[in-house]
Design a protein around this ligand. Structure first.
Ligand SMILES: Cc1cc2nc3c(=O)[nH]c(=O)nc-3n(C[C@H](O)[C@H](O)[C@H](O)COP(=O)(O)O)c2cc1C
Length: 312
């Protein structure tokens, strides 16, 4: 019998736990010719900011032994052009879409959420994911290393919208638990983790960094064990659902994250190799759950929980 795949991230109900990760498939429109996105739990869009951003100068990506580094710098058209030029097409396409936003201040975040709230009647998004953790812009990690700052942003977002609210956290901290708890207390419906790990690449012959800012974000299979640990750790510290990301390449990887405590997963770097990766992964999850006799995907979530670390 086919397993039940619906999951809930607070008020956000997904037909299954498979989402795409922000920044790895544009707004979904770019991927739609290759994969049936309406089958997925949700597509998470590239981060949108208040003003347009041209992003960082090239090179912006670099392949590593088991993953990739990126330094895109949040290139995006800005909220005005996103709402007028992109979102109408996304909504017409009919796949569930979560908007990802970032700001340089608490006020920026709240203003962006208010814009999505204002068009809710005509251009509804399924939810908002706040990117508190971009390593590729100046100050981008500020909201993700200090629980008070994270709570300020989430609190302001909560006041600006009743849309489902996900807070995306950075793994570049000593302990993610105080941050996850701060987001929960401030009103987040779920926490998403991880964003990329800080990394660098060097061209030693030229004695130059590959990326202008030296620092870039590492993703892909290289980070999977690290991300899995962060998800397990965070999910033991909060009651709200955790969305797991980081190096998920196939169905087995996804089920490991659910076991470690994630209620849903996101697929990022895998899409660069195989545009149908998220769809393939969904098919594989259903097959593996059925083989294992698990009737409801939710039954697997957090099954490692009894061995969680004691609270600090
Ligand atoms: C090229 C690229 C661009 C990204 N852009 C964003 C972004 O705009 N906003 C965001 O929240 N995360 C962004 N991310 C991070 C991913 O959403 C994800 O958290 C990270 O890549 C780990 O997942 P993965 O190993 O499956 O790729 C980006 C990642 C990549 C590889």
């Amino acid at each position: 019998m086919r397993p039940r795949m619906e999951v809930a991230l607070g008020p956000l109900r997904l037909r299954n736990p498979v989402m795409t990760a922000s920044g790895t498939c544009g707004s979904g429109l770019e991927l739609a010719p290759f994969a049936d996105l309406s089958r997925l739990g949700a597509v998470v869009g590239k981060t949108v900011t208040r003003e347009p951003r041209i992003g960082n100068p090239p090179p912006r990506t670099f392949e590593t032994a088991a993953g990739m580094l990126n330094s895109i710098g949040l290139q995006n058209p800005g909220i005005d052009r996103f709402l007028s030029g992109v979102l109408p097409e996304v909504v017409a396409s009919g796949y569930p879409f979560v908007a990802n936003i970032a700001g340089e201040s608490v006020e920026d975040f709240a203003a962006l959420a208010a814009r999505f709230e204002a068009v809710r009647g005509t251009l509804p998004v399924a939810g908002i994911e706040a990117n508190l953790s971009c390593p590729n812009v100046a100050g981008g990690l500020d909201f993700s290393v200090d629980p008070r700052r994270a709570a300020e942003v989430v609190g302001a977002l909560r006041r600006a919208t009743t849309l489902p609210l996900l807070a995306k956290l950075s793994p570049n901290v000593t302990d993610v638990r105080p941050l996850a708890r701060a987001c929960e207390e401030a009103g987040a419906d779920a926490v998403t983790l991880v964003n990329t790990y800080l990394g660098a690449a060097v061209d030693w012959r030229r004695r130059k960094p590959v990326f202008g800012r030296v620092m870039a974000g590492l993703s892909g299979p290289a980070i999977k064990p690290l991300a899995l640990f962060q998800v397990w750790r965070a999910s033991s510290a909060v009651r709200i659902p955790v969305v797991g990301i980081g190096g998920i390449m196939d169905a087995g990887d996804a089920l490991e994250f659910l076991c470690a405590g994630a209620r849903a997963v996101q697929v990022g770097t895998a899409l660069f190799r195989t545009p149908t990766a998220a769809n393939d992964l969904l098919d594989g999850m259903e097959r593996l759950l059925e083989e294992e006799g698990i009737a409801d995907v939710n039954d697997l979530v957090g099954t490692l929980r009894p061995r969680a670390e004691p609270a600090p």
